[in-house]
Write a protein that binds this ligand. Structure first.
Ligand code: PTT
Ligand code: SF4
Length: 611
């Protein structure tokens, strides 16, 4: 195989053993890498119904056939597992030296199972892979632990690790690295913690063999140049994802007061323009020439790297209009290893419960000190923090009293930062995302608003959600590279089959690559259905009740609300186009068309499929 390493590393923490395994060319061509490898391995190897925090769960870390080459924004990787937050398929994407080094060490994936007897970390150095005791690292925050590992293995080492919240198995603990990159929103950090695995360290010196090295170099150089010439490049470098605050405010989609509103009276104080004035440096992922990690000094004099989602969820959604204070919460989340989106949503939920007298906590909107204390309590699972450490759905189930109405989640994953009171297409995109309410697969909101069809529930929206899911959720997550050159700067998608051809020698048309995305979608959906069996139904693909039942009360679009019946019809259009039945389950014929016959037979052991 060329372009692909052809090897994955198996790690059994219970036995303290590692082993190298070859995978087939068929696997490479059918599933490409990254998310494709992750879902295939999890589907094939996980016992349905297992506890995600048990040693039997698998953690898959996977790169793709473009990762780590000198191509735009190629320093990304996927981390995946059965999610302790949702009980379904969970993954995340992280930009890290670890991605590049894993490739250079000779592997395209690491599959970790079991549980180490004592806190440990995995050290991979080319052909050497060992499990090392991590007694001195356990309990440290992620910044300190990473620093210590870099002192030990050199600054070129790629490290993925967890903070105290992962160790304590907070169900929305994420995997972090490089003081400001994070991935695995649905609790991938908790899975590491459950395995007593504090970190994974990657060092590599090998070259991945490619089909046409000269052509790959030439294409890479041309592509980097193309990106530098993009119209929006300079503005992007100034604000990165933070520009979205102003855009969302203008369009009434900025999550505010636990998604009660889409506008925030103090939006200017947390905007990209405000951030620009405070910015001290930019950080980024390897191989990127449009780096977007904007760093400011927080209210406690520490560095904090800001992104839109972090600021919206820890700012407007909890009613906090002070960017330096938001930056403190954001930095704490990185140190403790908590997902910022779920953290913001959980704090906002607690504030709303406090306001409504549903929870014995004194926590008003915008209460910075209260939010800080609660963040610590969640990470260490103390008092109410323990109740909230399972995310808003579990907390609402426990609190009762109708509080589920204000738990802003779908399938157990907290919604990322787009208010959908008047965005049915984006609501559909959240609801059909394969990991729960995340924007990464189909961020259709910008198109939806600019299309002039914002209020419509039409076929074009179902089409757009699928188009984006195929590109973002399928192609980018399996190749694995950053999608931002395309979505933010308009870098042409046709570059990717060309890169892939030069790297692997295998010719895929763009459409063929997108069809791989359909295959992944059918399999990720099958995974959820196999886990939920009889409990599965189209209700799983519905946005939270607040967007249907409680109109917004502020801003130019006040009074906005989603329509349940129309949403249901839109969801049906989506199912029909995907070849899924009325329950949202892929039909047998669809699975066959995508080369998933064996997987359809397996799914039929759990639930009857429509042909
Ligand atoms: C992603 C989600 C996002 S999406 C953000 S900000 W965004 C939050 N970032 C967090 C953080 O920071 N710290 C923390 N403790 N928790 C966080 N949770 C949130 O996680 C990120 C960029 C961004 S910034 C985005 S959109 C793009 N995402 C990509 C993707 O998903 N796939 C892909 N092929 N390319 C992408 N490029 C962009 O990467 P999850 P990163 Mg992230 C600090 O992890 O689980 O996917 O959730 O990876 O290296 O930090 O880059 O406005
Ligand atoms: Fe990382 Fe931003 Fe570059 Fe994407 S654009 S690779 S998220 S630095």
């Amino acid at each position: 195989m060329l372009g692909w390493n052809g090897h994955l590393l198996r790690v059994d923490l219970t036995k303290g053993k590692t082993k190298v395994e070859e995978y087939s060319a068929e696997m490479a061509e059918k599933f490409i890498g990254g998310r494709g490898f992750a879902i295939k391995i999890l589907w094939d190897e996980l016992e349905p119904g297992l506890d995600p925090l048990s040693p039997e769960n698998l953690l898959v870390v996977a790169v793709g056939p473009l990762t780590g080459f000198p191509l735009p924004s190629s320093g990304k990787m996927v981390v995946a597992s059965k999610s302790p937050l949702t009980g379904g398929y969970g993954d995340g994407n992280i930009g890290s030296r670890a991605a590049v080094n894993l490739r250079k060490a000779g592997y395209d994936a690491v599959v970790v199972k079991g549980k180490a007897e004592k806190p440990s970390y995995l050290l991979v150095e080319d052909d050497k892979a060992e499990i090392v005791e991590a007694g001195d690292l356990w309990g440290l925050d992620s910044f300190k632990a990473e620093k210590r590992l870099l002192e030990r293995y050199g600054r070129e080492a790629g490290v993925l690790l967890i903070g105290p919240s992962g160790e304590n198995m907070v169900r929305f603990a994420t995997i972090v690295c490089q003081e400001g990159r994070a991935g695995g929103r649905p609790g991938m950090g908790a899975v590491m913690g459950s395995k007593n695995l504090k970190a994974m360290v990657f060092l590599g010196t090998k070259e991945v063999k490619v089909a046409d090295a000269e052509e790959l170099r030439r294409l890479g150089a041309e592509a980097y140049k193309d990106i530098l010439g993009k119209e929006n490049y300079d503005f992007w470098k100034r604000q990165g994802t933070m520009a979205t605050i102003e855009w969302c405010q203008e369009n009434s989609t900025l999550p505010t007061y636990n998604f009660r509103e889409g506008v925030f009276e103090e939006a200017d104080a947390i905007s990209g323009t405000t951030m620009e004035k405070m910015k001290t440096k930019i950080r980024g992922c390897p191989h990127c020439n449009m780096t977007c990690g904007n760093v400011i000094e927080d209210a406690e004099g520490r560095e904090s790297e800001l992104d839109y989602e972090n600021v919206a969820m820890l700012g407007s959604d909890i009613g906090l209009g002070d960017l330096r204070k938001v930056a403190v919460l954001n930095r704490m989340a990185d140190e403790l290893g908590l997902d910022t989106i779920s953290l913001g949503s959980t704090i906002a939920f607690a504030m709303e419960c406090s306001e409504k007298g549903l929870l014995d906590i004194d926590l008003g909107w915008g209460d910075f000190e209260g939010a800080k204390a609660l963040t610590e309590d969640i990470a260490y699972r103390r008092g109410i923090g323990n109740l909230l450490s399972g995310g808003v759905k579990r907390a609402a189930d426990e609190i009762g009293k109708g509080s589920i109405k204000w738990a802003m989640q779908i399938k157990g994953l907290e919604c990322s930062a787009y208010d959908c009171h008047l965005c049915p297409g984006m609501a559909l995109s959240f609801a059909t995302s394969p990991i729960g309410a995340h924007h990464k697969d189909a961020w259709v909101i910008s198109w939806e608003i600019s299309s002039g069809m914002r209020r419509e529930y039409n076929e074009a929206k179902a089409d757009k959600v699928i188009e984006f899911q195929r590109i973002r959720g399928g192609m980018f997550e399996s190749l694995v590279t950053c999608r931002l050159p395309w979505i933010e700067l308009g870098f042409d998608l046709e570059w990717y089959p060309r890169f892939l051809h030069a790297a692997t020698g295998v010719k895929f048309s763009l459409e063929e690559l997108l069809t791989v995305g359909d295959r992944l979608y059918a399999l990720m959906r099958a995974f959820w259905v196999r886990e939920y069996k009889g409990e599965w139904g189209r209700v799983m693909d519905f946005p939270p009740p607040r967007w249907f039942d409680e109109p917004t009360t502020k801003g130019p679009l006040k009074g906005s609300v989603l329509d349940r019946e129309k949403y249901d019809a839109l969801l049906q259009m989506y199912y029909d186009k995907r070849g899924w039945d009325k329950r949202g389950i892929p039909k047998k014929s669809t699975m066959r068309r995508l080369g998933l016959e064996k997987e359809a037979d397996e799914l039929e052991k759990f639930i009857k499929l429509v042909d």
